[in-house]
Design a protein around this ligand. Sequence first.
Ligand SMILES: [Fe+2]
Length: 342
Amino acid sequence: MNTKTSIHSASGSNVNRRLSQIARKLAKSRNLDTDLVREQIFDAIKRINAQTALGYLTYNGVLDLNLPDGTKVAIIPDWHIPAHDRQVAWMVKEWLSDFKPHVIILIGDAADMFGLSRWPKAPRVVANVQVELDETRRIVDEVIEISGCLHLFYIMGNHEDRNRRTQIDPNASVAGLLDPNTHEPILNFHQLMGYTRQDPVTIIYGPLEEGGFGGGILVNDDFKFIHGLKVRSKPGQSPYAESLSQGQSVGHGHTHRLGKRVRKSTRFDVLRAYEFGHLADETHAYMGYAVNPNWTHGLGAGLVHGGKLHIQLMPLLKVKDERKVTRSAFSFNGKFYLSTGY
Ligand SMILES: [Fe+2]
C-alpha cells in the first residue's frame, strides 16, 4: 500500500491527510471494509518501522504526529527509574499487556539521572549513572515488549537534561566527541541508552537538544504532549496555564501532580489541560527533596476517534486489601488493577 507515513515536521505545518480519512476513502473507492483497511495501514506502519523509514531516532522540537482513528495511546509520566515505585511498575506492565497500545508516550523524567544531579547528595546514597541508564533501558525495552506497541516516543525531561548540562559544565571539551561507529555525539542520552535507528523508539529533545522545555509531540494538530515548563501550585493549574498561553490543548508531567481542566471559549475550541501525575517512589532516597509533596501517582490512556485524541486520566489510589496490606489500585475498561503489596 502506498501510504505515506504521517510523521513530519511541525514547522512546515503541511498537515497530511489523516490516515483515518485515507482509510475511509480507500475503503469506499474499493468497496472494502474500513476497519480492514485501517488494519492494513497499521501493518504498513509496522513494516515501515521495521525498515526504519520512520527514521527518527531523535527529533529536536515538536514532532507532528498524525494518528488514525482507532489508535490506542499509553501516556506514562515521570517514572524516575531507578527510583520508580516497583510495586506500581508491576501493575503498569500488567495494564500495558492488557491495553495493547499502538503508541506509547513517555512524557519525560523516565530516568532520574540522580548520579548527575547538582543537588547536594546525602551521604551513603548510592549514585551510579551507568546502573541508572541500564535499568531505564531494561524497563523501556520491557514496556515495548509487553505492550507490543508499534512505536515508543520518549520526550526528554529536565532529569534526562542533567546529562546535557553536565557536558556544558564542567565537561564542555568532551561534549562534541562522536561515537566512531554511529557518528552520534557519544554522550547524548539516546547514545548512552544504546538506541539505534533499528529500534522502534524516538527520543525527543528541545530545539537546542535540551530536555524538559521545547520538545514534544503534537497529535493530530489537536493535543500537545510536553514534559512541562510552567509550574503552578495546585493540581490542574500548571497545564491550564500552559494551554492558555499556547492556545492549545496540552498534557504534561513534570509537576508530579495530577489534574485536569477544560475550557470552552469563543476564541478556542475546547481546550483540554492534563497533568498526568508520576510513578516514582516518593520514599526513595533520590526523592529526598520532596517533603510531604502534593503528588499523585497516575497515568493516561488515549484513543483516537474522529481525528481527536480522547484521554482518560487515571489516578492510582492506595487501598487496603482483605489482609490489610496496602496496595495501589486503579480501574480501566471494567478491570481492576492492583499493585503488589507495600
Ligand atoms: Fe519528574
